[in-house]
Design a protein around this ligand. Structure first.
Ligand code: SF4
Length: 177
């Protein structure tokens, strides 16, 4: 390298660990699985529109296939009939994978908690949840808050996320919707 080239790199050298670089990349490109179940999904769709612009956080590409998705946003009422489909889609996502439970229905059964015989009382009964967002429905800002919280968690996770082991280290977070 010539002396002038060396001088031109002064002040522009970035040193980091591989783990931090991978975490930064993973955290800033969390692609959601397109998956709406009921009224909360309308707020999720609004989050992707120009007004709220989820794209600026790297999560604009909602994917139609679990093979291409990093985060499942369960938004809406989880019926017993749908539960097995959710589990199957979650199993088809490749690691590392994450789950945001959006709204009271997905968190705990919501308005159907007492008398909804057909409703599962919380999606965490079938898949592990990383971020819960309260509300009926939560506003798009709350979903963005949940996404940014998940980004911070992902950036702190190690290179290899090992299912339940990692989840024991990183407690799920509750965001007020
Ligand atoms: S939490 Fe409320 S808004 Fe969301 S799916 Fe359930 S009933 Fe609809």
């Amino acid at each position: 390298m010539r002396e002038t080239d060396l001088r031109s790199t002064e002040g522009n050298v970035l040193l980091t660990s591989l783990e931090a670089a991978v975490g930064w990349g993973r955290g800033n490109s969390l692609w959601p699985l397109t998956f709406g179940l009921a009224c909360c999904a309308i707020e999720m769709m609004a989050t992707g529109m120009a007004r709220f612009d989820i794209d600026r956080f790297g999560s604009g590409p909602f994917r139609p296939s679990p093979r291409q998705a990093d985060v499942m946003i369960v938004s809406g009422t989880v019926t017993h009939q749908m539960a097995s489909r959710i589990k199957r889609l979650y199993d088809q996502m490749s690691e590392p994978k994450y789950v945001i439970s959006m709204g009271s229905c997905a968190n705990s059964g919501g308005p159907y908690v007492d008398h909804g015989y057909s409703v599962l009382k919380g999606v965490d009964k079938i898949i592990p949840v990383d971020v819960y967002i309260t509300g009926c429905p939560p506003r798009p800002e709350a979903l963005l808050d949940g996404l940014l919280t998940l980004q911070k968690m992902v950036k702190k996770m190690g290179l290899v996320r090992s299912g339940r082991g990692d989840r024991d280290k990183y407690e799920p977070v509750v965001i007020q919707g």
